[in-house]
Design a protein around this ligand. Structure first.
Ligand SMILES: Cc1ncc(COP(=O)(O)O)c(C=O)c1O
Length: 385
């Protein structure tokens, strides 16, 4: 142990190959084509990959780049890539089963196969962003949608989900309680769950959600051919981390050093690393980082996140606001970036490491390091930056 908040992964070896078990979680095949197809969508544009040379210098690094998902589709978070695609995959799969031909996004959207697609009611539990994405997908394809929200999700996020035509059921409990209630009610009613987390016997939909996230990783590789030496990625259940780690591992000639960042009270990956298998968070997941407020990991992601993350770390609640400020009010010449509490968690993790000599050394960071962060959500009006 370097510090109580930073722990090495004893299973991660650089020689480890991206194999079948990893490809089951994140399949890199077809992602460039998916990015091409997305260009047909009028609202789609690759999100910026900002360079922050002044901050890189201040932190003692060579380069620092931030993939800015606050600009995704006018949606404000990377989650837009997952839910919509997963809803489409269920509907197009049903059309394929019925007629033995493959359909298109445009055809499903226009209601061409209504007799097959309209019977689906979609549901999910969400801390906000994923629910908004599933609601957007259901609206696009004309389906009913029910979203289960935990107690802490903001009124703004609930309003944004309702504005997309979905029904909202508030659960008097946390995210994991909302997942359990969503499972129960969906089974009773025959609804199709579009979850971003997996469980025993349920992994196909979460894998298609992660496939959507791979779009942002592919864009980053195209935007930065030299690629990172270090990646700090925040985790809730681990879907984003799996897409980032898995796709970069498969696509780059040298696997970067991967660091997974979590809130102290929602450290399910940190604890799982210590135990060597999925474990519960040590705290009650009461955190301002709503998107990361998970007590359990998504087990299907283990062969990627559990095996190839080099370091797991946690951050404290009072490190969130300074990280948001650092992005919003940058040093001379760096671009300003709007981030939400979960969006800036990677930055909070990086600054924590860069201001601790032992941690900085342990991660082999220096003035030649090239660091990638994901600003996974913008400032969605939850609190002032
Ligand atoms: C803004 C934001 N960042 C990161 C995450 C973490 O993603 P995952 O739960 O896939 O680890 C979430 C999840 O909701 C989120 O909303």
């Amino acid at each position: 142990m370097v510090t109580p908040w930073l722990e090495k992964n004893p299973r991660a070896a650089k020689a480890l190959k991206f194999g079948r078990d990893q490809q089951f979680v994140v399949n890199p095949n077809g992602i460039p084509e998916l990015c091409e197809d997305l260009k047909q969508c009028p609202r789609h544009a690759a999100t910026p990959l900002h360079a922050l040379p002044a901050l890189a210098g201040r932190l003692g690094l060579g380069e620092l780049r931030v993939k800015d998902e606050s600009q995704r589709f006018g949606f404000g978070a990377f989650k837009a890539l997952g839910g919509v695609l997963a809803v489409y995959n269920v509907l197009s799969g049903a059309v394929g089963d019925a007629y033995h031909f493959s359909t298109s996004f445009a055809d499903v959207m226009s209601g061409k196969h209504k007799e097959v697609t309209s019977r689906f009611v979609f549901s999910t539990a969400s801390s906000g962003n994923h629910g908004r994405s599933v609601a957007a997908g259901a609206k696009l394809f004309g389906n009913r949608c029910v979203i289960f929200l935990p107690r802490f999700t903001s009124a703004e996020k609930e309003a944004a989900i309702r504005a997309r035509g979905a029904e909202v059921i508030r659960i008097d409990g946390d995210y994991d309680t909302a997942v359990a209630e969503c499972k129960r009610r969906s089974q009773e009613n025959g609804w199709t769950i579009i979850s971003d987390t997996s469980w025993e016997g349920y992994d196909s939909v979460p894998r298609s959600v992660m496939r959507g996230y791979c779009v942002l990783v592919h864009e980053a590789i195209v935007q930065w051919p030299k690629g990172p030496t270090h990646v700090f990625v925040q985790a809730g259940v681990g879907g984003l981390a799996a897409a980032v780690i898995g796709y970069l591992w498969a696509a780059l000639p040298h696997r970067p050093t991967f660091v997974v960042v979590e809130p102290e009270s929602a450290d399910c990956w940190f604890q799982s690393n210590l135990l060597g298998k999925p474990a519960l968070a040590s705290g009650n997941a009461d955190t301002v980082m709503g998107g990361l407020a998970c007590r359990e990991i998504s087990p299907v992601t283990w062969p990627v996140v559990g095996e190839a993350t080099d370091w797991f770390m946690t951050i404290e609640e009072d490190q969130v606001l300074p990280a948001r400020r650092l992005l919003a009010h940058p040093l001379d010449g760096d671009p300003a970036i709007a981030s939400g509490p979960s969006g800036c968690a990677g930055m909070a993790g990086l600054t924590r490491v860069c201001t601790d000599e032992a941690a900085f050394k342990a991660l082999k960071l220096d003035s030649h390091s090239r660091v990638l962060l994901i600003n996974s959500e913008g400032n969605l009006g939850e609190e002032p930056a």
